[in-house]
Design a protein around this ligand. Sequence first.
Ligand SMILES: Cc1ncc(COP(=O)(O)O)c(C=O)c1O
Length: 440
Amino acid sequence: MFRVKKTKIPTVILKDFQKFASGYTKVHKEPDGPCVKTEIPGPKSKALFKELSDIQRALVNRPALGVFPGIDWPQKLRDVLLSVAPKGCNQVMTMMCGACSVESAFKAAFIWYCTNKRGGKTTFSDEELKSVMDNKAPGAPKLAIMSFKAPLLQGAFHGRTFGALATTRSKPIHKLDFPSFDWPCAIFPHYKYPLEEHKRENEEQDKKSLAHVCELFEKWEKKGIPVAGVIVEPIQSEGGDNHASPEFFQQLQAICASKCAALILDEVQTGCGPTGKMWCHEHFNLPSPPDLVTFSKKMLTGGYYARPEFKPPQAYRIFNTWMGDPSKLILLEQVLKVIKTEKLLDLVQCTGKVLKCGLHELECEFPDKINSVRGRGTFLAFDATSPEMRDKIMGNLKKNGVLGGVCGTTSVRLRPALTFAPKHAEIFLDILKKSLQQIK
Ligand SMILES: Cc1ncc(COP(=O)(O)O)c(C=O)c1O
């Protein structure tokens, strides 16, 4: 048996502390203690809760952004993130990174799908509550998210957390050794460039891919793992800057709607302006807004936008301690201001034309080294004729002062800042030309 000996603070220390504490309280204008003036929650909290609930499923009265948002948080969400929300998406959740934005978008899709299956009922059966604790159906239902691979090329990239990784189909090394879900993967269109010269073949690619999507919906339904959502990048980026046409995305949206599945557009890499529009999917003229749009990278904070029906019926279901970082919105507010006042989306389109035109000239001049120039805005890429050729190009670019990026197996991708102007494009093109000439 141990007896806890109560420590007595020596009087000298206590006196010192009291002296320090009274000075500290004065300097920091601390109240003497809590002072309850209204019932809890009071009218201010109730009003703020209501305001936040219009934008996202809110929960208050705990520390950290997810549960104890600052007084100005709803206004900040409105002024900053919702000011650039994709049309029709009036819900926004903030997250820390791209992968957890994707992960949370999947959860929103599953909650929406299951709530629909329950006929809108927002309560759970005893069996659901019990089975879910053993990771078993019906509480943990067998459901899938479909993603895309590219034939002969690398496919989708949606992040490296478990759910996101199950839909990532780029490099095996990302996925090796991790258990995963039995989720379907459709082939993404494999285009030839320039698009204008390969219209017919590329339309065939769209058809082939969409037929595969339909086939997989049915196959997984039969397996007893219905597809609740489809995730797709507007431009398959890490996988090699693989494009698909607006018609492809329009038809994909129609298929998802007909199967009562959510369409999730992953704009983590394409979002916030590099294609010349705030959101790349604005190029697609979708007949209705996408269900969920994930973002991160250039947006400084991660998160997703959603249509109103994707707000979970219960609080706390899409949640983590930090739920993003409010300071990022302060930075993003300024970034968006600069994008607007300096008309950076117009600049991206203008610079993009100069860059693309220059790249086309170079692919004509060096057909044995590069081809397949493609892209929107300054979100451009070209292919090297082999992985070895790409290594040589990248090596020379570096020696000549340009740090470049690669994607897929043979692609070189351009991802300049939004402030990249035609004069910068010309400097880059000169260096690229020199780098290509240096390869004998
Ligand atoms: C399209 C896409 N989705 C998701 C992610 C994952 O983002 P993060 O690295 O922030 O987890 C990436 C990262 O490159 C991406 O390009």
